[in-house]
Design a protein. Structure first.
Length: 150
């Protein structure tokens, strides 16, 4: 089919959860659409910061599909998103653990403090547990030096 896919994985380094990382992502998205010869891009949206760059791609008639994170940020756009809301994802995970593993209590791990999508997943997870009468212990935060990509 003569298709080439490239996956750029971002090293968050000291930027875990910060807008600086999201700004770097936006700059890279804009660069790909304005300076490189791309026919389309797939992106995961951690915040609203990359939306202007994505719009620039769309203005240049470069198709954009969002995957995994970003459903909340895309409510007012006409982009196609593959995934589900972060809240629903967390709730589905909680329901799965209750029904398949029979958990009796649960804890939500925050690996990227300050990134709302992770918090939203924990909210869904806690609701699933609470609705099923399973004890929700709360959230635990992974320290940046552990949660950071190396």
């Amino acid at each position: 089919m003569d298709v080439q896919l490239f996956n750029e994985r971002w090293d968050a380094s000291n930027d875990q959860g910060s807008n600086n990382l999201h700004t770097r992502m936006a700059n890279r998205i804009e660069y790909l659409c304005t300076q490189e010869d791309v026919d389309g891009i797939f992106v995961s949206i951690p915040s609203s910061t990359p939306l202007a760059a994505i719009q620039k791609c769309l203005d240049l008639n470069i198709p954009v599909v969002t995957i995994n994170a970003g459903a909340t940020e895309l409510v007012d756009t006409k982009l196609h998103h593959i995934g589900m809301s972060e809240f629903n994802a967390g709730k589905a995970a909680g329901e799965y653990l209750i029904n398949s593993a029979g958990i009796t209590h649960g804890l939500c791990i925050i690996h990227a403090q300050g990134v709302h999508i992770v918090e939203d997943r924990c909210s869904g997870f806690s609701q699933a547990l609470n609705e099923s009468g399973v004890e929700y212990i709360g959230q635990a935060y992974v320290p940046d030096e552990i949660g950071r990509a190396h």
